[in-house]
Design a protein. Sequence first.
Length: 268
Amino acid sequence: MDNLDYHRIAREFSSRKSLGQNFLISKDIASMEANYAKGMNVIELGPGTGILTSELCKTAKKIIAIEKDARLYELLKEKLTSKKLILINDDFFSVEISKFKKIDIMVSNIPYNLSSKVIYWLSANKVPALICIQKEFAEHMIAKPGTKSYSKLSVISTLCFKLYNVREVSAANFYPKPRVDSSIIYLIPKANELNQELSNMITLIMNHKKKKLRNAIMDSAKQLQIGKDQAKAIAGNINDADTRPLHMEPEQILEVAQNLNALVASLE
């Protein structure tokens, strides 16, 4: 597949908007991404026309590529014949986790509409990754306290990963050309365990990030399923109650979320 014109293949292939299909057409970028997988066992989500898959076959030890679109799966099966490669025609999130044993890294240009879902999957399964995502999404992931882009995604991403912004990728490197540029992010999982309960509490706090923490808690009484007087009492027992979440470090917000969960549970 090395000598194929990926731009032509992408143009001739009828992309599906519902699957978020914007195909990488730059071999240089694909080669750079594949270098992060030297000698490793790799997962690729959504190989598309195979431009990255082909480069991974040169550098990786083994590649498991999961493609949901049956048409692309047939194209890849026909064009890619590497013994290193296992192709699966399925929804990535429906594949049994046992198939990913001994996987070292995910390397993927993921559909923008799956970004959040992929981040949570990587965190839950402690899988390092090099992923190409929407630039704005990446900016939220790596944003620091006090900045405009600082959000629940920033907090959860920073708690769960060491994050490295590798490079920006112009929209011109994809076909069909998306309306926005992309960024390549390298993620190394941390030991922190964030269950759904903690994630939900962090989301609740950051939904009121510009308010003082005590006001954020009192305004969230309904979502916490407690009375306003109970919310006021809980807010009085929280450290940094006069600080705005926008200016709090992720570790501080995690501590607040843990304390809130404990205080709300004590009322039951």
